[in-house]
Design a protein around this ligand. Structure first.
Ligand code: NAD
Length: 244
């Protein structure tokens, strides 16, 4: 797979799955836009990518619950238009439903859903003009099976599926595909914090007998961004070792 000449923007790409996705695109020649809440960290990651893979890479502080529009203007000045948008940034604020605070509900909606809506709206305008685009939304197995303590998170991850399917229909005539990836249990800082007994109980439910790695998700994102998947849109690919 060769992504030379393509610009890929990955939200939340300073660590975990997002970073693996940004690196995977850089390895294959794409110009990458690394974004995260902290600009300094994003710039460091972009710098490392530039040195290691000899591609163009830029780092921006794009907080999805903040002022997205002004950062988008800066990104456009740096790279022009974006060909591949990966909506990866996502947060959890777990609590049992009856104890869930309004802020815990709202913050998760703001980042995972409203943030995705806002950045996609800005990016897709140029894709429509260019008549080319690949949008990949990172959902979660939890949006399909639900989970105790994650009513807020599951709502957003299921919501992203409706977002994916509807937007796919709206922009298909402009040669833009919109798909989702639903990871299962992937080893990152997000899952590192879970108690050992919870991890053990998840492992028992995974037929392939191991947790996923960020690279397992990145591989599917590469496929959905490539010409190999040009007849697939509105679809969700599950990456969960057979858990669901
Ligand atoms: P992570 O916590 O390691 O990384 C999350 C990234 O999102 C970070 O780069 C962080 O800076 C960024 N982020 C957080 N809040 C943000 C905000 N307000 N604005 C912009 N960026 C923000 O998580 P991860 O495990 O790498 O998860 C990446 C995505 O994959 C998330 O959407 C997550 O829901 C999803 N996912 C993860 C798993 C898993 O097991 N790790 C499973 C299913 C889905």
């Amino acid at each position: 797979m060769d992504f030379s000449g393509k610009v890929a923007l990955v939200t939340g790409s300073t660590r975990g799955i997002g970073k693996a996705i940004a690196v995977a695109f850089a390895e294959r020649g794409a110009t990458v836009v690394v974004t995260g809440r902290d600009r300094g960290t994003a710039e460091i990651i972009a710098n490392n990518i530039r040195n290691e893979f000899e591609v163009e890479a830029y780092g921006f502080g794009l907080d999805l619950s903040g002022d997205i529009e002004s950062v988008w203007k800066e990104i456009k000045q740096a790279v022009g238009t974006v060909d591949i948008l990966v909506n990866n940034a996502g947060i959890t604020k777990d609590n049992l439903f009856i104890r869930m605070k309004d802020e815990e509900w709202q913050q998760v909606i703001d980042v995972n859903l409203t943030g995705t809506y806002k950045i996609t709206k800005l990016v897709v305008k140029d894709m429509i003009k260019k008549r080319y685009g690949r949008i990949i939304n990172i959902s979660s197995i939890i949006g399909f099976i639900g989970n105790i303590g994650q009513v807020n998170y599951a709502t957003t991850k299921a919501g992203l599926i409706g977002f994916t399917k509807s937007l796919a229909k709206e922009v298909a005539s402009r040669n833009i595909t919109v798909n989702a990836v639903a990871p299962g249990f992937i080893e990152t800082e997000m899952t590192e914090v879970l108690p050992a007994e919870i991890k053990e109980s998840y492992l028992k439910q995974i037929p392939l007998g191991r947790f996923g790695k960020p690279q397992d998700v990145a591989n599917v994102v590469l496929f959905l961004a490539s010409d190999l998947s040009s007849y697939i849109t509105g679809e969700t690919i599950h990456v969960n070792g057979g858990m669901y």
